[in-house]
Design a protein around this ligand. Structure first.
Ligand SMILES: [Zn+2]
Length: 232
């Protein structure tokens, strides 16, 4: 079983919590939470993978608590999801400066899958930065910045449910490719018998005495069947 820790950036849309970047009627904490919920559903389709989220709601949770939790859990991968701000547009991803080739391969896989969804107008590139969650994690770790909340075009993307689903899919497919995850087998299809062009009646009795027919009909009705008496 492979363990993937998904860190949804910031805390929540509640007083006393860090909402992340705020602009254009959006709060970063809410947007990444919505992406995270789609990610949760999508990972359920894969076998031999266990997912843990830093939060799946509003929660006071510091960066140190996040990295401590992932380290203690023994995560194999750490994926932190954020929305950018500060003037710019497009998608970029980060790993720790000088991270090894395995972490680079992780970044390559996830970055490429997200770009392949063609949600963002610009690929800002694969970058490196000394972020807490990249530095303090013991496993391969990367962080995505999914568009700029303070850019009108990117904000419109982040308000579009279908595009958030695509962004989520990019993350999940990238992780799945990097780890070589396989989808669970499809449930067996239910076979539907072909109609043969005739009608088939269910009959439970035939009587020459009408009263006997009525008695049986009443019994069947009581048992919950729809009943009618057909006289010929
Ligand atoms: Zn952030």
């Amino acid at each position: 079983m492979v363990k993937v820790y998904i860190d949804l950036g910031h805390e929540g849309d509640v007083k006393g919590m860090d909402p992340g970047a705020v602009a254009n009627g959006l709060k970063e904490a809410n947007v990444v939470l919505e992406i995270g919920k789609y990610i949760k559903d999508m990972f359920a389709e894969y076998e031999n993978v266990e997912i843990k989220f830093s939060r799946l709601g509003d929660k006071n949770f510091s960066l140190t608590q996040r990295t401590n939790e992932a380290n203690a859990w023994g995560a194999d991968l750490y994926l932190s999801i954020h929305i950018n701000a500060g003037g710019g547009t497009g998608f970029e991803s980060y790993i720790y400066p000088g991270a090894g080739s395995k972490t680079q391969a992780f970044q390559n896989a996830v970055h490429a899958k997200i770009i392949s969804k063609k949600v963002f107008g610009k690929d800002r590139g694969k970058k490196q930065a000394d972020f807490h969650v990249l530095r303090e994690t013991k496993m391969d770790a990367m962080l995505t910045e999914n568009g700029f909340i303070d850019n009108k075009t990117d904000a419109a993307i982040l308000k579009d449910r279908k595009k958030l689903i695509e962004i989520a899919a990019g993350h999940v497919e990238g992780v799945a490719e990097f780890l070589g995850l396989k989808k669970k087998p499809d449930p067996k299809p239910i076979s539907t018998p072909k109609p043969d062009g005739r009608m088939h009646y269910v009959q439970i009795g035939a009587f020459s005495d009408y009263d006997n027919a009525e008695k049986l009909a009443a019994k069947a009705k009581k048992a919950g069947f729809d009943v009618y008496i057909k006289s010929e």
